[in-house]
Design a protein around this ligand. Structure first.
Ligand SMILES: [Zn+2]
Ligand SMILES: [Zn+2]
Length: 244
């Protein structure tokens, strides 16, 4: 008889492409059942001829950004599922799952960013399952878009198609966005009014710009303009100390 396993993994297993990884491995090994996020990590119900091998590979081939702190596996009832699914996350009161840090833009995203044909050409908030914001946008676990600051941006058709496609790099990438549906950049003056441009003119004329990113502000000025640097030092009250 084919056996079934319940597998419970904890550690950094959310926001690092873990569910898509489990899904793909299950497809490849003809394992049926489900995977879901919970406030205590990831649960998998798997059944099929290859279940033992599946379990071995599951632990060995985890995504590069994932980290396991606990692994449990036991036999369970065989249901005879006819497919493998990512199912709705469970949200319990208590939580002990670790949260992934924000991850620098990956190589693939950088390539897309500079490709004029790509619909995320020059889009500053480009990200995928392998990179992008995590810690700074997560309000609560389990890690799902509805529990992040991205909840208020509904995906456009193109983004949603990528998000839904198991073979896509953005499959279940919670912060997925594009110029059509995601956050946009704006240039504001002292009064908080929107002004045209991206701040280049202002930088060239010696002004200082505060760039609001997802994790805080970066102060920018033209480092070759001594007047601009001096005024930044005065305003920051940093006489001589180097800037970070
Ligand atoms: Zn990426
Ligand atoms: Zn979009």
């Amino acid at each position: 008889m084919t056996s079934a396993y319940i597998i419970h993994l904890n550690g950094i297993v959310q926001g690092v492409g873990f569910r898509p990884y489990v899904f793909r491995l299950a497809q490849e090994m003809n394992i049926k059942g489900w995977v879901k996020n919970s406030s205590h990590g990831i649960y998998i119900h798997g059944e099929g001829e290859e279940i033992e091998n599946f379990y071995r590979r599951l632990i060995q081939e985890i995504p590069p950004l994932a980290k396991l702190t606990s692994v449990e596996c036991r036999e369970t009832k065989y249901y005879g599922f006819d497919q493998f699914k990512i199912i709705e996350s469970e949200n319990e009161e208590e939580s002990d799952v670790l949260i992934s840090p924000d991850i620098a833009t990956c190589k693939e995203c950088l390539t897309e960013l500079s490709d004029p044909e790509n619909h995320r050409y020059h889009y500053p908030f480009i990200n995928c399952t392998n990179c992008g914001p995590r810690y700074t946008i997560i309000k609560d676990v389990p890690y799902d878009r509805s529990l992040t600051t991205m909840a208020s941006f509904s995906m456009c058709k193109t983004c949603f198609q990528e998000y839904k496609d198991p073979l896509n790099r953005r499959f279940h990438a919670q912060p997925v966005a594009c110029p059509k549906c995601g956050p946009v950049v704006q240039l504001l003056n002292h009064q908080g009014e929107e002004i045209p441009g991206l701040g280049i003119e202002q930088l060239l004329s010696g002004e200082i710009i505060a760039v609001k990113g997802i994790g805080g502000f970066h102060l920018v000025c033209d480092a070759s303009n001594s007047k601009a640097v001096k005024s930044l030092r005065q305003r920051k009250e940093r006489g001589n100390k180097p800037f970070a």
